[in-house]
Design a protein around this ligand. Structure first.
Ligand code: 16G
Ligand code: MG
Length: 548
């Protein structure tokens, strides 16, 4: 096969010229931005995916087009590595450089990537590409596909799928279908079959009711949940709201991010009995949170920390009853509620590690355990099982029914990445087996009140952190001042970090009371404004406000 790199330049110049002069960066969630600026980025990512596949000796590389929980005008793209992980960090830099070169320099630049990485350009390459349901996604998908074609790679288009489905397809293909069939039906079959076997015809148990409201965020998750419904035959009774067929826009006033950040239900909620289980996923269905309203009408959230603790307790019990000697660990970020960490360490006695924000850090750390559970408080997470733990569980399953249950649980989990629907099916399985409703679930511990702020500064990179973002090392003196402020609050904890997805500094605070939490967040926010070049309006002091 001969490849003429001129073709890449010709495609770029004629069809996907670079329109934006601004430098963009491959961040924690790939490239994100306004959709109209992304055509050239997508084309080049098609080119890069093809090169990456060749670099990885013909393994399938995935490309997902989505802006996740962002508003409708945005879109984005991320690459999926052969084992379903996020793109390797050294290639993030290659990706950033590639999208920022001019059209004129593109041909040379691609030649340099090929040379530097000793890529055999004549070898085969396979790229899978999928997209969310934003109206500009099909146009951007075509640009990715053209990037693959320009370098004579093989491209397979999956149409509208969730992000975790794309990860699943990539792993299924690269394991020669040991993980499942790399098709939409293959994905449904694997999850539904495990779910129904685990339910074993028992649809209700104790306080557990077989009924659920599912907020699809007007995104891909809604469509796919409807597909699950068709195939599940009411083994789970799910009502899907915010289906994306009405005037509502993706993530607007709905979805996991809205529910978690605003701490209130999504639009479109039907009137339901208090304590009805409700679930919100984000636009590409890789995040999930639960919520309900209590008998006084108060909104209550069950976020990623709650899911992590529920799963950790359940798996710990299963392992112990199978008498398996497996190391189970839980991975969180600094955003995990302090009460959840205390509960895991003191009650569940499961070891916890804390890593920087971003799925790749959590996933990587979780791989160190035999069974690694990871969740961000925002609802992104999954569980990974080492090959040796799978072998031990399979062996035990020959005689032990609990180990058989554990094997089905493994099949129910999408280990490749956080998967809102798979996580939800797991939570439903656990609640059903325990005979729990949301009241039982939420009563395992009390969350500490917490508050987040966004602070605008001249340059957010002046903030540098260490110790999984819990300690700020630059600008000098800021951490000392934060420590002094925090010391005044009972169970106080706070940290600051530059966002990886927005041009802001984030502040997190928690303390024993709501008032203290708001005050602590305010004081830390003020410190950031003072010492890290704040440019926004002055923060409002909540204690002054309370007297107004
Ligand atoms: C991205 C990350 C998510 C993280 C969030 C933090 C992935 C796939 N996604 O969405 O894990 O929680 O960024 O955003 O890694 P921030 O840096 O703006 O706070
Ligand atoms: Mg998402």
């Amino acid at each position: 096969m001969s490849i003429n790199l001129r073709t890449v330049y010709a495609f770029a110049r004629e069809m996907y010229p670079k329109v934006s002069k601004e430098t963009i960066q491959y961040g924690t969630a790939g490239f994100r931005g306004k959709a109209e600026l992304l055509d050239s980025v997508m084309f080049r990512m098609g080119v890069l995916a093809t090169l990456r596949s060749r670099f990885r000796e013909g393994s399938v590389i995935g490309v997902m087009i989505t802006a996740s929980h962002n508003p409708e005008p945005d879109n984005g793209v991320k690459l999926i590595d052969p084992k379903g992980e996020m793109l390797e960090p050294s290639w993030e830099k290659i990706a950033t450089d590639l999208v920022n070169v001019s059209d004129q320099d593109l041909e040379q630049h691609v030649a340099k990537i090929i040379k530097d990485n000793e890529i055999d350009i004549t070898s085969s390459s396979y790229v899978y590409v999928g997209m969310d349901n934003r109206y500009h996604s099909p146009r951007l998908l075509k640009a990715v596909a053209d990037g693959v074609i320009a370098l004579k790679g093989n491209v397979r288009e999956f149409g509208i799928v969730t992000t975790p489905m794309m990860h699943f397809f990539v792993v299924a293909a690269n394991t020669k279908e040991a993980y499942g069939k790399p098709t939409e039906e293959g994905y449904y079959d694997k999850l539904i079959s495990a779910f129904e076997k685990l339910r074993n015809g028992q649809l209700e148990n104790g306080n557990y009711r077989n009924r659920l409201i599912f907020d699809g965020a007007n995104g891909v998750g809604a469509r796919k949940m409807l597909q699950f419904n068709k195939r599940m035959n009411k083994s789970l009774d799910v009502t899907v709201i915010n289906q994306g067929v009405g005037p509502g826009k993706i993530n607007e006033e709905c979805g996991a991010d809205h529910v978690k950040v605003q701490q209130r239900p999504p639009v479109g909620m039907p009137i339901v009995e208090p304590f009805t289980r409700c679930v919100s996923v984000d636009g590409d269905a890789d995040r999930v949170v639960y919520f309900f309203t209590d008998e006084t009408g108060q909104f209550r959230l069950l976020d990623g920390d709650r899911i992590a603790t529920l799963v950790a307790g359940y798996l710990m019990d299963l392992i112990q009853s199978c008498q398996l000697d497996l190391r189970l660990g839980l991975v969180q970020t600094a955003y995990a509620n302090g009460a959840s960490t205390d509960y895991i360490v003191n009650e569940l006695k499961v070891p916890v590690s804390c890593v920087p924000t971003g799925v790749k850090h959590l996933h990587h750390k979780a791989l160190e355990y035999d069974i690694g559970i990871y969740f961000e408080a925002n609802g992104h997470g999954t569980i990974v099982f080492s090959d040796s733990s799978k072998a031990a569980i399979s062996e035990a399953a020959k005689t032990n029914p609990k180990a058989q249950t554990l094997l089905l649980v493994i099949d129910l989990i999408n280990e490749t990445v956080g998967d809102a629907i798979s996580d939800m099916l797991l939570v439903e399985t656990i609640l059903n087996q325990k005979g729990w409703d949301v009241k039982d679930w939420i009563s395992s511990y009390d969350d500490l009140p917490n508050q987040q702020l966004k602070i605008q500064v001249k340059d957010r990179n002046v903030i540098q952190t260490t110790d999984a973002e819990r300690v700020c090392v630059k600008p000098e003196g800021l951490q000392d001042e934060i420590n002094q402020v925090v010391a005044n609050y009972k169970r106080g904890r706070a940290f600051v970090r530059p966002s990886g997805t927005e041009d802001v500094v984030r502040v997190y605070a928690e303390a024993s009371t709501r008032e203290d939490t708001l005050q602590l967040a305010y004081e830390v926010g003020r410190l950031v404004q003072k010492l890290a070049g704040g440019v926004g309006p002055e923060l409002v002091n909540p204690s002054n406000n309370a007297h107004l």
